[in-house]
Every structure is written in structure tokens, then in C-alpha cells.
Ligand binder design. Sequence first.
Ligand code: NI
Length: 160
Amino acid sequence: MAIRNIREIGDEVLLKECRKIEKMTPHLEELIDDMFETMYEAGGVGLAAPQVGVLKRVVVIDVTGEDPLCLINPVIVESSGEQTGYEGCLSVPGKSGVVTRPAYVKCRALDRNMNETEIEGTELLARCIAHELDHLDGKLYVDKVEGELYDTVTDEEGDD
Ligand code: NI
């Protein structure tokens, strides 16, 4: 496993549509392992493949620190309600802003064994799924921010 370089806003790779994954390969296994390691190291709760420069439809999420989720070709099949709150992104370091997301989402995807899976989420998990899936379509939360993009406090450096 290896820590990959996280691409930051301004990098065109973050604005591109990702391709569907057809089959699991050793290469993809390695990508997924690296994405988890990179996300944990950066203290994030989610990471999408384009954030490490790979235009494939895969995201990793772990909102509790003990529930790692790998979602391949994920699609939100149901959503309801609204939640409005602060959001940040590892590709937009030092910033956060207010974004409205669904209060509940149901997501259909393949797991890392390429078996179909369905994940339901509320609160942070719903927000995170919506945020990471946006990355796969080249969308960043900064375009959805209500009001200003704020600077986060600097003592978050290395606070993971
Ligand atoms: Ni993000």
C-alpha cells in the first residue's frame, strides 16, 4: 500500500467524468487499498478516485473510523429530506462551507468483491455519499456552497 498524492482544486482531473469499472483487477485492488490509506492518513471521511488522479467510478468512505466502505459504480437510487451543514474536501484544503444535502440516501453499488450492495445513510454518511459521488461526475462542493467559503482554523494541520 502507498499514500497517493491528493489532487487539489485547480487540477483539471477533478472536473472530469469518471468511467465505470467493468471488472476487479490487481491494479484496482491496489488503488482501493491506497485510497483507504490516503484517506486515513489525511484524516478524511471519504475519498474518490479522481482525487488521486484516477478517472474511475470508485469511492472509499469511513465516517466512524471503523466502518470502511468501498463503493464501485455507485448510484443514488433514493433520497429524501434535507440537511444543511458544513462540509469540506481533502482536495480543497483549509476551507469549508455550508452545503445542503439529502437527509437520507440509498446507494446501490458494487463492493470490492464486485457483489451488488445497497447502503443506506443518514446524517454524515448521507452527506458523505452525496459528496463523494459528485466527485465521480467532476463536481466539487465549492460550487454548491451557500454563502462564503470559510477558512478553517490552522491548528487542524496534522490533526488526524
Ligand atoms: Ni471531496
